[in-house]
Design a protein around this ligand. Structure first.
Ligand SMILES: [Zn+2]
Length: 342
């Protein structure tokens, strides 16, 4: 009998009678973060990190029962100690530590070890069993220093501004857009946002995250080209009628997937910037080793490659299935607020 096991609804702790990131409606969910591939609708209650409660509320609506927990403070659920610890992925992203009868498990959720001014840094937690994501679990995925990436992004924006082109920068509306925002040089020009990005950015600001000023790219603003503007929008807006209203423009996507040649070309992008909110291959191996875990369950991504590598190191590793494989183009299916025309 293990402390957590995989059921039809996801990872389940029988001793505490709760699920971690279930993919079906269950009575009690402990949630690592608010991305759509980690949150199921209709659960009886959701335990999450207190700084993630605002963005989770945006996803789940006013009626969901959300129980915010302070980081590292154990909650006792049917005698099982559950605590949340920063995962460094997006605002409020947490690893879930579960302890019972001397056994400690940690479920990472999504995480990264690179610094990010919009969320708390990843903390390494010792455990017997570590359940890790592996979105970018291939040796080709190695992230360049993010200062270099932001220099490239701001250079691209400046060149566009001087050539009279609008810069359309695509990134996930929850997490990536705010991290981009924190690294943009707002002295170059105004920053406009798609409705999905604006909504999440407002939630970040309410949570106390300092970000440069933005304005919503309303229909009027889209019709009259805004000089020197950079527009932050979710990837799903690329090529849509929405994105065609900005006059002459250059488009770019910021994502870990841009590390691979061809990913940019396939999307007909002018530029691709390698910026990920997931751990890269070297970071993944360091993070796993730092837990001291003897058993590792690998999910969400290139599970086979990571499991093989860990077994070669003598660890008890296995892949666990998920309803979701890898990161979808748009994990946060936020519908844009209706246009008011102002
Ligand atoms: Zn995520």
């Amino acid at each position: 009998m293990t402390l957590l096991r995989l059921t039809d609804a996801g990872l389940y702790c029988a001793a505490g009678d709760f699920h971690v990131d279930p993919w079906a409606a269950v009575p009690r969910a402990v949630v690592t973060h608010a991305h759509g591939d980690h949150v199921a609708w209709g659960c009886g209650a959701y335990l999450c990190a207190s700084d993630g409660a605002g963005v989770l509320r945006l996803r789940l609506g006013p009626d969901a029962v959300i129980e915010p927990a302070i980081y590292a403070a154990p909650q006792h659920i049917n005698g099982v100690a559950v605590s949340l610890h920063p995962a460094g992925h997006i605002l409020g992203s947490a690893q879930v530590r579960v302890e019972h009868a001397g056994e400690v498990w940690v479920v990472s959720g999504d995480y990264k070890t690179d610094p990010d001014p919009t969320c708390l840094p990843f903390e390494s937690i010792r455990c017997h069993t570590f359940v890790t994501e592996s979105t970018f679990g291939l040796p080709i995925y190695r992230w360049p220093p993010q200062a270099e990436v932001f220099t490239e992004i701001n250079g691209w924006w400046l060149a566009n501004a001087e050539a009279g082109r609008t810069s359309l920068l695509y990134g996930y509306a929850l997490g990536k857009a705010q991290r981009l925002l924190a690294g943009l040089d707002s002295s170059i020009g105004p920053i406009l946002t798609h409705g999905a990005v604006e909504k999440m950015t407002a939630a970040y600001r309410r949570a106390g995250v300092h970000l440069p000023p933005t304005s919503y790219a309303s229909a009027d603003r889209r019709r009259g080209q805004v000089a020197r503007a950079l527009v932050l929008a979710p990837p799903s807006a690329d090529g849509s009628p929405w994105s065609r209203g900005f006059g002459p423009s250059s488009n770019a996507f910021a994502s870990g997937w841009m590390r691979v040649r061809g990913a940019r070309r396939r999307r007909s992008l002018d530029r691709g910037f390698t910026l990920s909110d997931h751990v890269d291959w070297p970071g993944l191996l360091v993070a796993i080793a730092a837990t001291g875990a003897e058993r590792v369950w690998v999910t969400h991504g290139f599970t086979g490659v990571v499991v093989r590598w860990l077994r070669e190191q003598g660890l008890d590793a296995r892949a666990i299935a998920t309803r979701f494989e890898g990161e979808r183009d748009e994990p946060d299916e936020i519908v844009e607020a209706p246009e008011t025309g102002t």
